[in-house]
Design a protein around this ligand. Sequence first.
Ligand code: GLY
Ligand code: MN
Ligand code: MN
Length: 362
Amino acid sequence: MVDRRPERLAALRDAMRAAHLGGLLLTNLPNIRYLTGFTGSSAIAFVTERDLLLITDFRYATQVREEVGALARVSIEGQSLWAGLWRILPELGPVDVAGFESGHIVHRDFERLTTAGAGWHWRATSDIVEGLRERKDDDEIARLAAAAEVATRALERTVASVRAGMTELEVAGTLERALRLEGSTGFPFETIVASGPRAALPHARAAERAIAPGDFLLLDFGAIVDGYCADITRTFVVGRASEEQRAVYEVVRGANARAAGAVQPGMTGRDADALARRYIEERGYGEEFGHSLGHGIGLEVHEAPRLARTADAVLPERAVVTIEPGIYRAGWGGVRIEDDVVLYPDGPRILTTFPRDLLEIG
Ligand code: GLY
Ligand code: MN
Ligand code: MN
């Protein structure tokens, strides 16, 4: 696999120059991982035109050397990462203006910047590294595809064993075990299993409810492979589907197919959202699709770009995004169908291949 870190750092330094930043403090772990390869749970980093400093603690002393190698100057701190930063920072400057990640710093640490921050001028920045992460390289797409395959295989195993009478929690346990057996290193978010009327709750938590014949069963879950996430939703009917269930399902399926087939780089997130929203509105269900169409996916399960009514930003080539239209009717149930899609200039590639026809299971 090609080591992409030098080109990512070069792109970051270009962005820093464009923003007139002599240095940038990184406190967001996925951004640090993207730039340095370090996967631990405790780190801060500081980038200048010449230097890359990575500070972590004793628990990661061995791991950080293996993962980061000679790319960065690494400091292992026994007490506090911030104490290490203040000690080393003067050696990396002076810097006229240094940025910090305003979305990833707590107020107490922000105050330290102004009191202990080497006397430099500190400026709030947002989404500089996140912007670089939107466009995925071939290795990242391979990992996202692998995560989607793990999720697909885990769902196949799970669906084969679902029966009426099982509780949502039992189904969640079966699914999470299958994800582990298929190779997922973790769960990017809490597994959603929502049955019957609870399928109307877009972010339901799996509960003790026993699944009954005629219920919708909505499963929304993820997998992680080499740090990269999958995010997929399928909705089934346990036993036989009613006419009304079929009608609602077909609208969601049509909206998913329309958007997943037509989403393109160069569109705004708003235009992408409208592909599905218009389809659902034209069929009279607009009020029941109350959330956004999707989001970027990568090292984080929710990242840029957004596909939403309020998203003016243009979708870049090689972004990987979810397409997840849904229709929810309180007290009755709901349907969501979610796929992960790569935006290539010559057309979208859908990574989550589990069938989208209405399956009657159990
Ligand atoms: N359950 C998280 C999502 O689909 O975005
Ligand atoms: Mn999801
Ligand atoms: Mn999602």
